[in-house]
Design a protein. Structure first.
Lengths: 87, 978
């Protein structure tokens, strides 16, 4: 079980969180149809570091951006959702 | 006298405490500290069970958890555990144990005939039977079920209590042998918080078998002192506790046994405890398993691992035989030979497969001086039966030689226990000479020490534990041992059986009855991948997960392949390390504690009416309020009829409710809702639907403008949590720029719905000062001092109102409304009547028609969509597939002859054709009678009037139906208006 450092609550067990989606698959209300289809149905499935959207559902209920390696499960960052994602 | 005996003294058992236990109906005596295996051996028992497939007689091979053969079932009734290793059960007074997989008895087992037909049960037997066609397989399956298997499952519910506990530490040490203790002491000395887990009931590991002098004192004193030191520093020591799984980010599950299998727990009733330990660093000091060797009959009772023979001797005071043959490829077995000789046994031969011209250690030289040692020698076959060994044949100096013995001690080298290291994502390095894998790279914060890391000899083991546990540790301060105790293994792995041995009885996997011949056959049949070989032959797939067999099997495959062992590959190490009872995994989450039960605030009020309850998600809501002898169907029909003709009252407190306020509340709702919201006047409401971003309908509800910049949004009970998450997602992630506050007020407000032609009269009676609101309007009021909000909205199709009040004040509101309704002939109604009424009106529901596959178009709701778009799901609705022919569209079905339309039917054009649709909800026409249903039909909108068949294969029911519009009552829509 992963240990995720919630920006509000500190390190907590994965069971308190919900994985939402890869950050790159967030659909905005102004998305074009081809982009929407790509984001919903033909997503990348990266092996390696990936930015993801998680929610601390059973904690502060806040949303966070998590930089997780999908292979090693290393988490290098967990930021509040409104913080700029480092490039 | 031959066979095992208890020695007059010695061992770590408590001879002052006699323990009485039962095995296969016979009562035996053992001592405190005995394992079931040691106690049975002490009583001269050599036959412990029958093998999985061939029913071969099996004894005990090992002394620890790796035991593949001596499986027993312990306890009875609600305290019962099958497939317990006799080596891993410590006896207690009253222990009831039985051998497994034998019939009618262990000594006389008819299944033993399988041995005779074993040539016909080759590798991959199960798979091969599939080629004979399904009928043949059914026959085989029946036979296999009769003959094969391990213990019987329990027949009673588990009587015990289990618990989970979370713990944190700087350093978790797994294993309390010399390396583990040295590591724990080192970490503790460096100021770390330490948890030490030991699966045995005693600390010490290999020191319990081979006592030594450490730091100038006897090892038992050193162990006791180590315990004191660790405890004094605030460490936690858990014995009888197995590290079962190593998960991500250094989470290790420890299973602590507070009772032995079948044992009644103490006063607190706890049988086992699962520790979920999040550790800063994990030290694995898990030791090494001794490997068996390939020779004919290597599974017979009396054939044991060499280290196990020594453990029984030293720890339990049990000498496993009186005349022993030792077969080895390393020095460790010489300690066994010398110990046996010292205990009065004779040594028939030490068969050492290593060459004679090697350098002999002091230990080997000592043995050569007094015992018959043969180098370059191999065992060919063990001879014996269920009663024990009768001798052996060996290849000595190129000649087949018969040996007289009642015990064979086997050492095929040692394999480091790398299970947890591998579960943690580590890699392995291969050592060709010792024939072993040891940990190489790690991915988590873990280090392996001692024999598990390939350390050879006690001195290296202690140093490895001490120095790897802490960066601050100085090698000079490491515990040291006397030089006599520092015995190196000097393994020269030799996997090759003697050419004279029949491999059909040379077992690799004892628990699943896989022989070397089976592996060779599988390879000839083309199974080259180790993963395929494993599944085809079932090698390593038994409850012991191949602890003793995997490497022997791999080496065999490597030989067939002509490749080195590491290039053949390894199968995956998965948790749990040893079998874990389901009870400890579930802990308190069983029965009524499995799920939370959410009770609506009016639960007790309903309970007084003795309704039939229905779970809706975690909620428990009244399904119907039967009167007299009514059944559910009769009660629901009466209730719906009362709503249609008079008035009904129901509790709708569990609906999702959200309070949205702020200057951008309308803009925010126009993202959420696919209908027009912004133009809503203050004090008015609308029915609305919410879409997912892929265009499918997610939920429906109503939206009310309570103030210029404030709205109340309701949604379904079942979808309320999802809607709360969705609103949060849109507010925080999609549209954080909007100035809106969203509050989930689901449980802040409770609500009573009043529906029926007389509903208006009930509202007027209980809220006399408030003008009855018009349809889709709201007003506030005061009911006996309770502030209320009345929404005029209809779900049933009748004139209806939802009267909201703060949850903690709803009881008088409910009471007043129920009383007023009953006074004019009304009644309470539950979910079943609600369902009947909404089906009649064709109102969609989450989980029914809103099933995640239906777009608003499919549900006939296109006209409701906001033409300007801009709501979530609007773009996706442009997907061409939504407009293509052949979509499932929502329709109504009416039974032609009045017979019931089966729930969950598929809809066909003719019998035995492919379905063209399905029924989502079946009900009845309340006033007119007759069976009706809602459902989906391909291109259903244009098929009104068509005759079809509703068929439920599971209920074996059929009804002829006619396609209709999905509304059966008040099609013109006048009943619910003012």
């Amino acid at each position: 079980m992963l240990l995720i450092a919630c920006p509000n609550c500190g390190p907590r067990a994965q069971a308190e969180f919900t994985f939402e989606r890869p950050l790159a698959s967030i659909v905005t209300p102004t998305e074009t149809l081809p982009d929407l289809i790509h984001k919903l149905f033909t997503r990348e499935n990266p092996r390696g570091p990936s930015w993801e959207l998680w929610r601390h559902t059973y904690g502060c209920a806040g949303w966070l951006k998590v930089h997780r390696d999908t292979h090693s499960h290393q988490i290098s960052a967990a930021l509040p959702v409104d913080m700029e994602t480092p490039s | 006298m031959s066979g095992p005996i208890r020695l007059a003294d010695g061992g770590l058992i408590d001879r002052s405490r006699a323990v009485s236990f039962v095995f296969d109906g016979q009562t035996y005596q053992g001592y405190g500290g005995d394992s079931l295996a040691s106690a049975l051996l002490a009583n001269g028992v050599v036959l412990f069970g029958r093998s999985f497939k061939y029913h071969r007689p099996r004894g005990v091979m090992a002394a620890g958890i790796e035991e593949p053969s001596a499986l027993v079932q312990a306890g009875s009734g609600g305290r019962y555990e099958p497939n317990s290793r006799a080596t891993d059960v410590f006896i207690y007074d009253g222990l009831q144990s039985q051998s497994q997989n034998r019939w009618p008895s262990l000594g006389f087992d008819l299944g033993g005939l399988n041995s005779l037909i074993s040539p016909f049960i080759p590798a991959g037997f199960y798979y091969k039977t599939f080629f004979g066609g399904p009928k043949l397989w059914l026959l085989y399956e029946h036979l296999i079920r009769q003959m094969a298997g391990l213990g019987m499952p329990p027949t009673k519910a588990d009587a015990d209590i289990y618990e989970h506990r979370a713990a944190f530490c700087d350093v978790l040490v797994v294993g309390s042998g010399p390396a583990g203790l040295a590591a724990a002491l080192s970490a503790s000395a460096a100021g770390s918080r330490v948890i030490l887990a030991e699966q045995d009931e005693r600390l010490g590991g290999s020191l319990l078998t081979d006592p030594a002098t450490i730091d100038g004192q006897a090892s038992d004193l050193w162990i006791a002192k180590a315990r004191e030191t660790l405890m004094a520093a605030g460490g936690r020591i858990l014995t009888r506790t197995t590290a079962a799984g190593y998960y991500d980010h250094d989470l290790v599950n420890l299973v602590e046994r507070l009772t032995e299998p079948g044992q009644t727990p103490g006063a607190d009733g706890l049988a086992q405890r699962l520790w979920r330990v999040r550790a800063g660093k994990v030290i694995l000091a898990t030791g090494a398993f001794e490997r068996p060797r390939l020779f004919e009959g290597n599974d017979l009772p009396g054939v044991m691992l060499s280290g196990a023979v020594r453990t029984y001797l030293r720890r339990y005071g049990v000498r496993a035989g009186s005349r022993a043959v030792i077969t080895t490829d390393n020095d460790d077995a010489y300690r066994t030979a010398l110990a046996l000789a010292e205990a009065g046994a004779s040594i028939a031969a030490i068969l050492d497969s290593r060459p004679a011209d090697g350098v002999h250690s002091a230990l080997v030289q000592k043995a050569m001086a007094q015992l018959p040692v043969h180098f370059g020698a191999k065992l060919i076959a063990a001879k014996g039966s269920a009663k024990g060994l009768k001798g052996a044949s060996a290849l000595i100096e190129g000649k087949v030689t018969a040996l007289d013995c009642d015990l064979i001690a086997v050492s095929g080298g040692f394999s480091p226990v790398v299970h947890l290291h591998m579960q943690a994502g580590g890699t392995l390095a291969w050592d060709e000479i010792s024939g072993s894998f040891s940990p190489d790279q790690t991915r988590q914060n873990q280090t392996t020490v001692g024999a598990a890391a390939g350390a050879d000899g006690l001195s290296a083991t202690l140093l490895s534990g001490w120095s790897k546990a802490s960066a601050k540790a100085k090698a000079k301060a490491a515990p040291t041992c006397a030089s006599d105790d520092d015995v190196a293994l000097n393994i020269i792995a030799d996997w090759e059986p003697a050419p004279q041995a029949s491999l059909k009885k040379a077992f690799v996997d004892y628990q699943n009855d896989v022989t070397a011949a089976d592996l060779d056959l599988a390879w000839r049949e083309g199974y080259r991948s180790v993963e395929h070989l494993k599944r085809y032959t079932t090698l390593g797939m038994a409850t012991d997960q191949g602890k003793t067999s995997n490497l022997v099997g791999l080496a065999r495959l490597a030989k067939s392949e002509g490749r080195p062992v590491p290039s053949v590959g390894l199968t995956t190490f998965r948790p749990p390390y040893t079998p874990v009872t389901l009870g400890v995994l579930a802990a308190e989450a069983t029965g009524a504690h499995l799920d939370p039960r959410r009770r609506p605030v009016l639960y007790q009020t309903h309970a007084a009416e003795q309704p039939i309850w229905q779970p809706v998600g975690y909620w428990h809501r009244p399904r119907a309020y039967p009167m007299g002898n009514e059944n559910l169907h009769q009660a629901a029909h009466r209730e719906s009829l009362t709503v249609r003709t008079k008035v009904g009252v129901t509790d709708v407190s569990t609906l999702g409710k959200f309070d949205l306020s702020g200057p951008d509340a309308a803009t925010f709702l126009e993202l959420i809702c696919a209908t027009t919201v912004g133009k809503l006047a203050v004090g008015r409401g609308r029915y609305t639907i919410m879409l997912r971003e892929d265009g499918m309908v997610m939920d429906d509800g109503t939206v009310w403008r309570t103030e210029e910049n404030r709205f109340l949004l309701t949604s379904s009970t079942g979808g309320a949590d999802r809607m709360a998450a969705h609103l949060s997602y849109v507010r925080k992630v999609i549209a954080p720029h909007l100035k809106v506050a969203v509050a989930n007020v689901q449980e802040h407000w409770a609500a009573v719905a009043v529906a029926g032609p007389l509903a208006k009269d009930v509202v007027a009676a209980v809220l006399p000062k408030m003008a009855v609101p018009r349809h889709m309007s709201l007003d506030v009021g005061d009911l006996a001092g309770v502030p209320t909000l009345t929404l005029a909205a209809s779900y049933s199709g009748e004139r209806a109102f939802e009267i909201y009040a703060p949850s903690d004040q709803i009881a008088p509101v409910w009471a007043a409304i129920a009383k007023a309704a009953r006074e004019i002939g009304g009644c309470l109604y539950g979910l079943e009547a609600l369902e009947i009424l909404r089906i009649e009106k064709g109102h969609i529901v989450v989980g029914g028609e809103i099933d995640g596959r239906a777009s608003p178009h499919d549900l006939g709701l296109s006209k409701m969509l906001r033409p300007a778009g801009g709501y979530i799901g609007a773009t996706a609705l442009q997907r061409p597939a939504f407009a293509e022919p052949g979509r499932l569209q929502m329709v109504g079905f009416e039974a032609v002859d009045g017979s019931a339309i089966p729930e969950g039917s598929m809809v066909l054009t003719a019998p035995k054709t492919l379905p063209v649709g399905h029924v989502t909800a079946a009900g009845l026409n309340v006033i007119k009678g007759g069976s009706i249903a809602l459902g989906f039909l391909r291109d259903g909108f244009s098929r009104t009037g068509e005759s079809l068949i509703a068929w439920s294969p599971t209920r074996n029911q059929t009804a002829e139906v006619k396609v209709t519009a999905p509304v059966f009552y008040d099609v013109a829509g006048v009943q619910y208006r003012d």
